[in-house]
Ligand binder design. Structure first.
Ligand code: SF4
Length: 371
Protein backbone atom coordinates (compact mmCIF):
# COMPACT_ATOMS: atom_id res chain seq x y z
CA UNK A 1 0.00 0.00 0.00
CA UNK A 2 1.35 3.42 -0.93
CA UNK A 3 -0.20 6.82 -1.43
CA UNK A 4 -1.07 5.66 -4.94
CA UNK A 5 -3.94 3.51 -3.60
CA UNK A 6 -5.17 6.41 -1.44
CA UNK A 7 -5.00 8.73 -4.45
CA UNK A 8 -7.04 6.34 -6.57
CA UNK A 9 -9.73 6.31 -3.88
CA UNK A 10 -9.60 10.10 -3.40
CA UNK A 11 -9.92 10.85 -7.10
CA UNK A 12 -13.34 9.17 -7.06
CA UNK A 13 -14.68 12.01 -4.89
CA UNK A 14 -17.28 14.19 -6.66
CA UNK A 15 -15.21 17.34 -6.10
CA UNK A 16 -17.42 19.79 -7.98
CA UNK A 17 -20.56 18.81 -6.05
CA UNK A 18 -18.74 18.62 -2.73
CA UNK A 19 -17.40 22.12 -3.13
CA UNK A 20 -20.76 23.42 -4.23
CA UNK A 21 -22.36 21.95 -1.13
CA UNK A 22 -19.77 23.37 1.30
CA UNK A 23 -21.17 26.34 3.17
CA UNK A 24 -19.97 28.78 5.83
CA UNK A 25 -20.97 26.33 8.58
CA UNK A 26 -18.55 23.72 7.17
CA UNK A 27 -15.73 26.26 7.13
CA UNK A 28 -16.53 27.32 10.70
CA UNK A 29 -16.61 23.66 11.82
CA UNK A 30 -13.14 23.16 10.34
CA UNK A 31 -11.88 26.34 11.96
CA UNK A 32 -13.09 25.22 15.38
CA UNK A 33 -11.22 21.89 15.29
CA UNK A 34 -7.68 21.07 16.42
CA UNK A 35 -7.16 18.03 14.22
CA UNK A 36 -8.72 18.41 10.81
CA UNK A 37 -9.85 15.57 8.57
CA UNK A 38 -10.37 15.18 4.83
CA UNK A 39 -13.79 16.86 4.92
CA UNK A 40 -12.41 19.85 6.77
CA UNK A 41 -9.67 20.22 4.17
CA UNK A 42 -12.29 20.18 1.42
CA UNK A 43 -14.21 22.89 3.28
CA UNK A 44 -11.12 25.09 3.64
CA UNK A 45 -10.38 24.85 -0.07
CA UNK A 46 -14.00 25.43 -1.09
CA UNK A 47 -15.37 28.59 -2.72
CA UNK A 48 -17.29 29.22 0.54
CA UNK A 49 -13.98 29.50 2.45
CA UNK A 50 -13.02 32.37 0.17
CA UNK A 51 -15.29 34.55 2.33
CA UNK A 52 -13.48 33.49 5.53
CA UNK A 53 -9.86 34.15 4.68
CA UNK A 54 -9.45 36.64 7.51
CA UNK A 55 -10.51 34.11 10.19
CA UNK A 56 -8.39 31.44 8.53
CA UNK A 57 -5.41 33.81 8.47
CA UNK A 58 -5.69 34.61 12.17
CA UNK A 59 -5.71 30.96 13.16
CA UNK A 60 -2.97 30.07 10.64
CA UNK A 61 -0.72 32.78 12.04
CA UNK A 62 -1.34 31.62 15.60
CA UNK A 63 -0.53 28.01 14.71
CA UNK A 64 2.59 28.98 12.79
CA UNK A 65 4.00 31.05 15.65
CA UNK A 66 3.12 28.32 18.18
CA UNK A 67 4.88 25.58 16.24
CA UNK A 68 7.72 27.52 14.62
CA UNK A 69 8.19 30.77 16.58
CA UNK A 70 8.91 34.14 14.94
CA UNK A 71 11.47 32.81 12.51
CA UNK A 72 11.92 32.25 8.79
CA UNK A 73 14.33 29.68 7.42
CA UNK A 74 16.30 30.94 4.39
CA UNK A 75 17.88 28.86 1.65
CA UNK A 76 18.75 29.09 -2.01
CA UNK A 77 18.62 26.64 -4.90
CA UNK A 78 21.82 25.80 -6.75
CA UNK A 79 21.48 24.43 -10.28
CA UNK A 80 24.43 22.24 -11.26
CA UNK A 81 23.18 20.67 -14.54
CA UNK A 82 20.39 21.43 -17.01
CA UNK A 83 20.55 18.26 -19.12
CA UNK A 84 17.15 16.59 -19.18
CA UNK A 85 15.75 13.57 -20.99
CA UNK A 86 12.10 14.49 -20.42
CA UNK A 87 9.71 16.64 -22.32
CA UNK A 88 7.51 18.48 -19.83
CA UNK A 89 5.40 21.10 -21.58
CA UNK A 90 6.04 23.77 -18.93
CA UNK A 91 9.82 23.82 -18.51
CA UNK A 92 12.78 25.38 -20.35
CA UNK A 93 15.03 22.41 -19.62
CA UNK A 94 12.76 20.13 -21.67
CA UNK A 95 14.73 17.92 -24.08
CA UNK A 96 13.00 19.50 -27.09
CA UNK A 97 14.73 22.84 -26.63
CA UNK A 98 18.01 23.43 -28.35
CA UNK A 99 20.34 25.55 -26.22
CA UNK A 100 23.89 25.05 -24.98
CA UNK A 101 23.41 22.71 -22.01
CA UNK A 102 25.66 23.02 -18.99
CA UNK A 103 26.92 20.78 -16.24
CA UNK A 104 29.24 22.23 -13.63
CA UNK A 105 32.62 20.69 -12.97
CA UNK A 106 33.36 20.05 -9.30
CA UNK A 107 35.62 23.11 -9.36
CA UNK A 108 32.72 25.21 -10.62
CA UNK A 109 30.45 23.67 -7.98
CA UNK A 110 32.96 24.81 -5.37
CA UNK A 111 33.02 28.35 -6.80
CA UNK A 112 29.22 28.53 -6.73
CA UNK A 113 29.16 27.12 -3.22
CA UNK A 114 31.69 29.68 -1.99
CA UNK A 115 29.74 32.54 -3.63
CA UNK A 116 26.47 31.43 -2.04
CA UNK A 117 28.05 30.76 1.35
CA UNK A 118 29.54 34.28 1.34
CA UNK A 119 25.97 35.61 1.63
CA UNK A 120 25.67 33.82 4.96
CA UNK A 121 23.29 31.08 3.81
CA UNK A 122 24.06 27.62 5.22
CA UNK A 123 21.10 25.72 3.77
CA UNK A 124 21.12 24.80 0.10
CA UNK A 125 18.95 22.93 -2.38
CA UNK A 126 20.92 21.16 -5.12
CA UNK A 127 19.07 20.86 -8.45
CA UNK A 128 19.69 19.11 -11.73
CA UNK A 129 17.63 18.49 -14.84
CA UNK A 130 16.37 14.92 -14.89
CA UNK A 131 18.93 12.78 -16.65
CA UNK A 132 20.46 9.69 -15.14
CA UNK A 133 23.07 9.70 -17.88
CA UNK A 134 24.23 13.29 -17.45
CA UNK A 135 23.72 13.74 -13.70
CA UNK A 136 23.98 10.22 -12.24
CA UNK A 137 23.84 9.56 -8.51
CA UNK A 138 27.66 9.47 -8.45
CA UNK A 139 27.79 13.06 -9.79
CA UNK A 140 25.20 14.26 -7.26
CA UNK A 141 27.24 12.56 -4.53
CA UNK A 142 30.47 14.24 -5.67
CA UNK A 143 28.71 17.62 -5.65
CA UNK A 144 27.43 16.92 -2.12
CA UNK A 145 30.95 16.15 -0.94
CA UNK A 146 31.99 19.62 -2.10
CA UNK A 147 28.90 21.31 -0.66
CA UNK A 148 29.42 19.72 2.77
CA UNK A 149 32.41 22.03 3.22
CA UNK A 150 30.18 25.09 2.95
CA UNK A 151 26.68 24.14 4.09
CA UNK A 152 25.17 22.55 7.17
CA UNK A 153 22.05 21.37 5.37
CA UNK A 154 21.85 20.03 1.82
CA UNK A 155 18.58 19.21 0.10
CA UNK A 156 18.27 17.68 -3.36
CA UNK A 157 15.75 18.13 -6.13
CA UNK A 158 16.70 15.58 -8.79
CA UNK A 159 15.00 12.78 -10.76
CA UNK A 160 13.22 10.11 -8.66
CA UNK A 161 15.68 7.57 -7.28
CA UNK A 162 15.46 4.15 -5.65
CA UNK A 163 15.44 3.79 -1.88
CA UNK A 164 19.02 2.47 -2.01
CA UNK A 165 20.17 5.47 -4.03
CA UNK A 166 18.47 7.85 -1.59
CA UNK A 167 20.23 6.02 1.25
CA UNK A 168 23.55 6.43 -0.51
CA UNK A 169 22.97 10.17 -0.77
CA UNK A 170 21.79 10.41 2.83
CA UNK A 171 25.09 8.79 3.86
CA UNK A 172 26.96 11.32 1.72
CA UNK A 173 25.39 14.15 3.72
CA UNK A 174 22.07 14.97 2.05
CA UNK A 175 19.40 15.58 4.68
CA UNK A 176 16.44 16.82 2.63
CA UNK A 177 14.51 15.64 -0.41
CA UNK A 178 12.22 17.83 -2.50
CA UNK A 179 10.19 16.13 -5.19
CA UNK A 180 7.05 17.65 -6.60
CA UNK A 181 4.45 15.50 -8.23
CA UNK A 182 3.77 18.59 -10.40
CA UNK A 183 0.29 17.32 -11.30
CA UNK A 184 -1.80 14.90 -9.24
CA UNK A 185 -4.59 14.65 -11.81
CA UNK A 186 -3.46 11.60 -13.76
CA UNK A 187 -4.90 12.45 -17.17
CA UNK A 188 -3.45 15.93 -17.11
CA UNK A 189 -0.14 14.50 -15.91
CA UNK A 190 -0.03 12.27 -18.95
CA UNK A 191 -0.85 15.16 -21.27
CA UNK A 192 1.80 17.50 -19.86
CA UNK A 193 4.60 14.94 -19.63
CA UNK A 194 5.02 14.07 -23.25
CA UNK A 195 8.23 12.06 -23.27
CA UNK A 196 10.77 10.45 -20.97
CA UNK A 197 10.81 8.48 -17.70
CA UNK A 198 8.87 11.23 -15.94
CA UNK A 199 5.79 9.88 -17.71
CA UNK A 200 5.81 7.15 -15.06
CA UNK A 201 3.31 8.80 -12.70
CA UNK A 202 3.59 6.17 -9.98
CA UNK A 203 7.40 6.06 -9.87
CA UNK A 204 7.32 9.76 -9.10
CA UNK A 205 4.41 9.62 -6.67
CA UNK A 206 6.12 6.99 -4.53
CA UNK A 207 9.52 8.72 -4.51
CA UNK A 208 8.86 10.89 -1.40
CA UNK A 209 7.94 7.75 0.54
CA UNK A 210 11.16 6.07 -0.60
CA UNK A 211 12.95 9.18 0.69
CA UNK A 212 11.26 8.85 4.09
CA UNK A 213 12.25 5.18 4.22
CA UNK A 214 15.82 6.04 3.27
CA UNK A 215 16.11 8.24 6.36
CA UNK A 216 16.09 11.82 5.09
CA UNK A 217 15.47 14.34 7.86
CA UNK A 218 12.97 16.25 5.72
CA UNK A 219 10.87 15.50 2.65
CA UNK A 220 9.02 18.18 0.71
CA UNK A 221 6.11 17.56 -1.68
CA UNK A 222 3.85 19.78 -3.78
CA UNK A 223 1.82 20.41 -6.91
CA UNK A 224 2.80 22.93 -9.58
CA UNK A 225 -0.29 25.07 -9.24
CA UNK A 226 -1.99 26.14 -12.43
CA UNK A 227 -1.80 22.87 -14.33
CA UNK A 228 -5.20 21.57 -13.27
CA UNK A 229 -8.01 22.72 -10.98
CA UNK A 230 -6.09 24.32 -8.10
CA UNK A 231 -8.51 23.23 -5.39
CA UNK A 232 -8.20 19.58 -6.32
CA UNK A 233 -4.43 19.73 -6.78
CA UNK A 234 -3.95 21.49 -3.42
CA UNK A 235 -6.21 18.90 -1.81
CA UNK A 236 -4.21 15.97 -3.19
CA UNK A 237 -0.85 17.50 -2.26
CA UNK A 238 -2.03 18.10 1.32
CA UNK A 239 -3.41 14.55 1.54
CA UNK A 240 -0.07 13.24 0.26
CA UNK A 241 1.75 15.21 2.97
CA UNK A 242 -0.67 13.94 5.66
CA UNK A 243 -0.17 10.34 4.44
CA UNK A 244 3.61 10.69 4.82
CA UNK A 245 3.41 12.52 8.13
CA UNK A 246 1.20 9.82 9.65
CA UNK A 247 3.53 7.02 8.58
CA UNK A 248 6.93 8.64 9.09
CA UNK A 249 6.68 10.75 12.24
CA UNK A 250 10.47 11.03 12.45
CA UNK A 251 10.65 12.85 9.11
CA UNK A 252 9.70 16.51 8.76
CA UNK A 253 7.17 16.62 5.92
CA UNK A 254 6.90 19.96 4.14
CA UNK A 255 4.70 21.40 1.41
CA UNK A 256 5.38 23.93 -1.32
CA UNK A 257 2.75 25.79 -3.36
CA UNK A 258 4.73 26.81 -6.51
CA UNK A 259 2.72 28.59 -9.20
CA UNK A 260 3.42 28.21 -12.90
CA UNK A 261 5.87 30.84 -14.28
CA UNK A 262 6.89 31.86 -17.82
CA UNK A 263 9.70 29.81 -19.36
CA UNK A 264 11.37 29.29 -22.74
CA UNK A 265 8.26 27.88 -24.44
CA UNK A 266 4.77 29.25 -25.00
CA UNK A 267 2.58 26.81 -23.07
CA UNK A 268 -0.03 28.54 -20.93
CA UNK A 269 -1.89 26.58 -18.29
CA UNK A 270 -5.66 26.40 -18.25
CA UNK A 271 -6.19 27.10 -14.57
CA UNK A 272 -5.41 30.61 -13.40
CA UNK A 273 -4.35 30.63 -9.74
CA UNK A 274 -4.96 34.14 -8.42
CA UNK A 275 -3.09 35.67 -5.47
CA UNK A 276 -6.22 35.16 -3.40
CA UNK A 277 -6.32 31.48 -4.34
CA UNK A 278 -2.68 31.11 -3.34
CA UNK A 279 -3.43 32.69 0.04
CA UNK A 280 -6.34 30.29 0.54
CA UNK A 281 -4.14 27.30 -0.31
CA UNK A 282 -1.39 28.32 2.11
CA UNK A 283 -3.91 28.92 4.90
CA UNK A 284 -5.63 25.58 4.26
CA UNK A 285 -2.24 23.81 4.34
CA UNK A 286 -1.34 25.42 7.66
CA UNK A 287 -4.69 24.63 9.31
CA UNK A 288 -4.72 21.06 8.02
CA UNK A 289 -1.05 20.36 8.82
CA UNK A 290 -0.04 22.66 11.68
CA UNK A 291 3.45 21.12 12.05
CA UNK A 292 4.42 21.07 8.38
CA UNK A 293 6.95 23.48 6.95
CA UNK A 294 5.61 25.56 4.04
CA UNK A 295 8.12 26.84 1.50
CA UNK A 296 7.60 29.94 -0.62
CA UNK A 297 9.77 30.42 -3.69
CA UNK A 298 10.84 33.46 -5.70
CA UNK A 299 8.22 32.52 -8.29
CA UNK A 300 6.06 34.93 -6.28
CA UNK A 301 6.46 38.71 -6.54
CA UNK A 302 8.18 40.59 -3.71
CA UNK A 303 5.10 42.47 -2.48
CA UNK A 304 3.13 39.23 -2.18
CA UNK A 305 5.98 37.37 -0.46
CA UNK A 306 6.20 40.20 2.07
CA UNK A 307 2.57 39.59 3.00
CA UNK A 308 2.70 35.80 2.94
CA UNK A 309 5.49 35.65 5.54
CA UNK A 310 2.76 36.21 8.14
CA UNK A 311 0.36 33.54 6.96
CA UNK A 312 1.98 30.16 7.49
CA UNK A 313 5.14 30.20 5.41
CA UNK A 314 8.22 28.91 7.28
CA UNK A 315 10.89 28.72 4.58
CA UNK A 316 11.82 31.15 1.80
CA UNK A 317 14.38 31.16 -0.95
CA UNK A 318 16.55 34.26 -1.38
CA UNK A 319 19.20 35.43 -3.85
CA UNK A 320 17.87 32.99 -6.44
CA UNK A 321 19.16 32.06 -9.89
CA UNK A 322 17.45 29.26 -11.85
CA UNK A 323 20.43 29.00 -14.23
CA UNK A 324 23.27 26.52 -14.01
CA UNK A 325 26.26 28.46 -12.63
CA UNK A 326 24.10 31.57 -12.14
CA UNK A 327 25.82 32.63 -8.91
CA UNK A 328 29.29 33.00 -10.40
CA UNK A 329 29.85 32.65 -14.16
CA UNK A 330 27.59 33.85 -16.92
CA UNK A 331 24.92 31.33 -16.08
CA UNK A 332 22.89 29.43 -18.66
CA UNK A 333 19.25 29.24 -19.68
CA UNK A 334 16.92 29.80 -16.71
CA UNK A 335 14.55 26.93 -15.93
CA UNK A 336 11.77 29.51 -15.54
CA UNK A 337 11.55 33.22 -14.79
CA UNK A 338 11.72 34.21 -11.16
CA UNK A 339 9.65 37.10 -9.86
CA UNK A 340 11.34 38.21 -6.64
CA UNK A 341 14.98 38.91 -7.52
CA UNK A 342 16.00 40.36 -4.15
CA UNK A 343 19.30 39.25 -2.67
CA UNK A 344 19.85 37.77 0.77
CA UNK A 345 20.50 41.14 2.54
CA UNK A 346 17.22 42.59 1.24
CA UNK A 347 15.21 39.55 2.30
CA UNK A 348 16.89 39.64 5.70
CA UNK A 349 15.93 43.32 6.12
CA UNK A 350 12.37 42.65 5.04
CA UNK A 351 12.05 39.86 7.61
CA UNK A 352 13.41 42.03 10.42
CA UNK A 353 10.99 44.80 9.45
CA UNK A 354 8.19 42.20 9.60
CA UNK A 355 9.17 41.16 13.13
CA UNK A 356 10.71 37.88 12.03
CA UNK A 357 14.15 36.42 12.65
CA UNK A 358 15.86 35.17 9.48
CA UNK A 359 17.53 31.82 10.11
CA UNK A 360 20.59 31.04 7.99
CA UNK A 361 21.55 27.85 9.76
CA UNK A 362 18.97 25.81 11.62
CA UNK A 363 20.86 22.62 12.28
CA UNK A 364 24.02 20.71 11.52
CA UNK A 365 24.81 17.05 11.24
CA UNK A 366 26.90 16.75 14.42
CA UNK A 367 28.38 13.27 14.17
CA UNK A 368 30.56 13.08 11.07
CA UNK A 369 30.63 9.31 11.51
CA UNK A 370 26.87 9.18 11.02
CA UNK A 371 27.07 10.43 7.45
S1 SF4 B 1 10.43 19.89 -15.18
FE1 SF4 B 1 12.21 18.66 -14.65
S2 SF4 B 1 11.95 16.78 -15.82
FE2 SF4 B 1 10.59 18.29 -16.74
S3 SF4 B 1 11.78 19.19 -18.41
FE3 SF4 B 1 12.09 20.47 -16.58
S4 SF4 B 1 13.95 19.67 -15.64
FE4 SF4 B 1 13.21 18.13 -17.08
Amino acid sequence: MSFYESLMALEQLPFTELWKECGPEDVKRALAKDKLDEEDLLALLSPAAGQHLEEMAQKAQRLTRTHFGHVMQLFTPMYVADFCVNHCTYCSFSSIYDFPRKKLTLEEVEQEAAAIASTGLRHILLLTGESRRDSPVSYVKDCVTVLRKYFSSIGIEVNPLSQEEYKELAHAGVDGLTIYQEVYHRETYEKLHVKGPKRNFRARLDAPERGCQAGFRSVNVGALLGMYDWRQEAFMAAMHARYLQDRYPGCEIGLSPPRFRPYLGSFNPESDVTDRALVQIILAYRLFLPRSGITLSTREPARLRDRLVHLGVTKMSAGVSTEVGGHTGEGGTPQFEISDSRGVPEIREMLYRSGLQPVFKDWDILAESSI
